[in-house]
Write a protein that binds this ligand. Structure first.
Ligand SMILES: Cc1cc2nc3c(=O)[nH]c(=O)nc-3n(C[C@H](O)[C@H](O)[C@H](O)COP(=O)(O)OP(=O)(O)OC[C@H]3O[C@@H](n4cnc5c(N)ncnc54)[C@H](O)[C@@H]3O)c2cc1C
Length: 460
């Protein structure tokens, strides 16, 4: 393993942290679990990343890559003998081309910084999710992050035009293209998107920006059944002609828990079965508001929606979004297991009925909170108990939630990735030929299994 002196020679004294300093960092969001490592390095440019990786390659040193550490699959958890490499200092927004609508940014820029830089130049970086203030570009690329605008703009991979990565042997691959179409051979950038840092370390990327939106209209709506939600979704998607940008669904227990400490939301049935946060973003700030209102009035008249409120100010909009996004409220309720599954829409109600029934029968005093990006088939499920779950109960809960997914064409991970936490369940929704190909790719690019070992697949 490279000596401390060798690493200091590459990145400088200030960029090598000893274990006590590294331990101040949380590696599993919201748990307080601290970072363990041999050393933690914070390189400041791509050449330094490559030099560190080369030194590790020569000595067989395992590397765990850190971005903003908001990942939900335990992928940034490290061991005492790992070298942790954090991209936080590669955080420059290097260039923004308003004509081509592209941005070149470092892997350590946060999603919020990228969004704001785009906005300052009249463009939109459309990827958005609750952890925007901490999650970094490299982490979002490595996890192929989703969020609440996916059905309109796509996932992270749809926003990447070019990429720069450092491979496990220290090679820098410069594929920083700015063009939308490029069929000249393999689409190499996509190999690294969603690979969770197991195939290469992302150092910079060229992002595709979109036209900025100038109007934002948001409503919280109540429904009596899932079928009504889906009928309404298809209806409003067509009526708003491409401007619907968020359609977040919350089941009643989730809604109640998230609103319990805020006081009642006025104007909406607080005993409804489901709630939808619907948002449209457009480019005509004068006409979009009245048009949104008219569409919702039509929905009420046609009986598509039971009740609802429209945000009349930015403060009201933020308050509605907080109901969906401030999920740390749930984390204070006790021991919990989080799930991020994909389920085809037509089987979602029967899947959830089965999960709820089996959880109720098998696990005492277990609350189930369901919410998610339903328009993208994506459900988040949180099981919570005031006391602790036993290891057997944890396994039983996983079985109840994961085992039905294979047969219905679902996925054990919609957007959070596999990391360390879901590796044991990967074969439930990926077949042997897929798993074998993943292993071959990993072996080809990282034969010593140095980069993020044990994430997604076991190689050793
Ligand atoms: C409140 C909250 C809400 C969230 N909402 C969403 C959501 O709606 N949609 C969604 O998709 N996710 C969501 N997440 C999960 C998380 O924010 C995303 O997975 C995010 O993309 C992770 O970015 P990060 O910088 O924190 O990565 P980290 O957690 O630091 O790392 C995640 C993975 O990427 C690897 N990695 C990090 N940087 C690099 C790099 N430069 N090169 C190669 N590998 C790298 C790590 O090794 C690890 O495997 C949420 C998380 C929280 C806490």
């Amino acid at each position: 393993m490279p000596s401390r002196e060798a690493l200091v020679a590459i990145v400088g004294e200030a960029n090598v942290l000893e274990p006590p300093a590294a331990a101040m960092r949380e590696v599993r969001w919201g748990t307080g679990e601290s970072c363990r490592c041999r050393l933690l390095v914070t390189p400041t440019d791509t050449q330094q990343v490559a030099a560190i990786v080369l030194a590790c390659n020569a000595s067989g040193q395992k590397i765990v890559v850190h971005g903003g550490r908001t990942g939900m699959a335990g992928a940034t958890v490290s061991r005492d003998n790992d070298l942790v490499l954090s991209l936080e200092k590669l955080n420059r927004i290097e260039a923004l081309d308003p004509v081509g609508r592209t941005m070149l940014a470092g892997a350590g820029a946060t999603i919020h910084e990228v969004q704001e830089a785009a906005r300052a130049k009249g463009s939109l970086f459309a990827v958005d999710f609750g952890a925007r203030g901490s999650a970094m570009l490299g982490g979002a690329i490595a996890t192929n992050a989703g969020g609440h605008r996916v059905f309109r703009y796509g996932m992270m991979r749809d926003h990447i035009l070019g990429i720069e990565v450092v491979l496990a042997d220290g090679t820098i691959v410069d594929s920083l293209k700015e063009i939308i179409k490029d069929n000249s051979g393999y689409d190499l950038k996509q190999l690294f998107v969603g690979s969770e840092g197991t195939l290469g370390i992302v150092t910079r990327a060229v992002l595709r920006l979109r036209p900025i939106t100038t109007s934002r209209n948001t409503a919280l709506l109540a429904f009596d059944s899932f079928e009504q939600v889906i009928v309404f979704f298809r209806w409003i998607e067509a009526r708003l002609a491409g401007t619907l940008s968020a359609f977040e669904v919350m089941w009643r227990p989730f809604f109640k828990a998230m609103t319990a400490h805020r006081g009642a939301v006025t104007g909406i049935d607080t005993e409804a079965t489901l709630y939808v946060l619907a948002e449209a973003e457009g480019s005509d700030s004068e006409r979009d508001g009245p048009a949104f209102l008219e569409v919702l009035e039509d929905a009420f008249e046609q009986g598509l929606v039971a009740s609802g409120v429209i945000a009349k100010s930015e403060a009201e909009r933020n308050a509605l979004w907080a109901i969906r996004e401030d999920v740390d409220v749930l984390m204070r309720l006790g021991d919990r297991l989080d799930f991020d599954v994909s389920v085809p829409l037509r089987t979602m109600p029967t899947y959830l009925e089965k999960v709820e029934g089996e959880l109720q029968a098998a696990i005492n005093e277990c609350s189930l909170f369901i919410f998610g990006h339903v328009a993208d088939n994506n459900l988040h499920l949180m099981t919570v108990r005031a006391g602790s779950f036993t290891p057997e109960e944890r396994q039983r809960i996983k079985d109840i939630i994961y085992l039905p997914l294979g047969a219905i064409g679902g996925s054990i991970s919609a957007e959070h990735g596999i990391g360390l936490d879901k590796k044991a369940s990967l074969s439930l929704t990926r077949n042997p030929s897929e798993l074998a190909l993943m292993q071959r790719l990993k072996f080809c690019l990282d034969p010593q299994n140095l980069l993020n070992p044990g994430r997604i697949l076991d190689m050793d």
